[in-house]
Design a protein around this ligand. Sequence first.
Ligand code: HEC
Length: 139
Amino acid sequence: MRSNGFLMSFAACALCSMTATALAQAKLDLGKREFETKCAVCHGLDGKGKGPYAEQLKNPLPDLTQLARKNGGVFPVSRTYETIEGAGKGHGTRDMPVWGMDYTIQAAEALPDMPYNQAVYVRTRIMSLLEYLNQLQVK
Ligand code: HEC
């Protein structure tokens, strides 16, 4: 019986660490996947601004690996969140799509009649992008 108990807790531990690893991977992949599917077309896979669509734009593309360096070594979380979300910026004056709106439309389709969950959906998408952009920063 004692060894059974030991086996059970061993199995439970193994399961726990597998779940933790799976969670970490899912978290990591979310921002990367989002960046590669939505942003890399303009910003490039490495974020340096050489995506295939870059030549079509009137504004030059910023190097997204320099955001922290240009901000005294600190990743500018709030400003970057607002830039991606697009709140407060005049429509039509920027080349960059307004992602907050895009995500809100997707959230309304995925989670109708749940405004709180829709807001969580939008924030999670943007936060996962911030996390990934933070990883791309040059030191
Ligand atoms: C259609 C091309 C295009 C796509 C797609 C795009 N961007 Fe942009 N982005 C731009 C341009 C151009 C700028 C420079 C400002 C402007 O003209 O709008 C910019 C600016 C930015 C900035 C501001 C950088 C700074 O120096 O402050 C951030 C952050 C950013 N983009 C992140 C993203 C993320 C994250 C995505 C994907 C969800 C994305 N962009 C998708 C074109 C694009």
